[in-house]
Design a protein around this ligand. Structure first.
Ligand SMILES: [Zn+2]
Ligand SMILES: [Zn+2]
Length: 149
């Protein structure tokens, strides 16, 4: 697979990462629960981003893929937070931020290359002022990317 061959440059080139393009992200906050004066909310993040790999020399789009995120985590309030268990109105999230991520697997001359995105979102409670950051990373093997048109 000659995905990293750039036609305008007429040669094999290395990839340059582009900021992932957010195709739609949703954050849901479930009502609080807890015991012993400690409350929790479940936070679920679902989203899709488009990751593009460009020619490092001329910027031509060479390959791309869509990456799905679906992760869930628990928001921890400060002890004694008096959040209404029926409501999640006091728990607010910032926008999910995505950034390019990469990795490799295996040693030697031809390690498998993976590209994708990391997601990060800050969530805060307006009552107890607790702040939690949730992160996730999704990588796709380079050979599973589609050649760009
Ligand atoms: Zn090029
Ligand atoms: Zn709280």
């Amino acid at each position: 697979m000659a995905m990293n061959r750039c036609e305008p440059c007429g040669k094999f080139v290395s990839f340059e990462a582009v900021e992932p393009d957010d195709q739609g992200t949703e954050i849901s906050v479930a009502g609080a629960y807890g015991s012993d004066g400690e409350s929790f909310n479940d936070i679920q993040v679902t989203g899709t981003v488009r990751v593009v790999l460009q020619c490092a020399d001329c910027g031509q789009d060479l390959a791309e893929t869509e990456i799905e995120f679906d992760f869930e985590s628990t928001f921890n309030h400060e002890a004694g937070c008096e959040i209404d268990p029926e409501s999640s109105d006091d728990v607010t999230s910032e926008e999910v931020e995505y950034e390019f991520a990469e990795g490799s697997e295996g040693k030697g001359r031809r390690p498998k290359r993976f590209y994708g995105a990391g997601a990060s979102v800050n969530v805060t409670c307006g009552l107890c002022e607790a702040s939690n950051t949730f992160t996730d990373e999704q990588l796709t093997q380079a050979s599973h990317f589609e050649p760009s048109q």
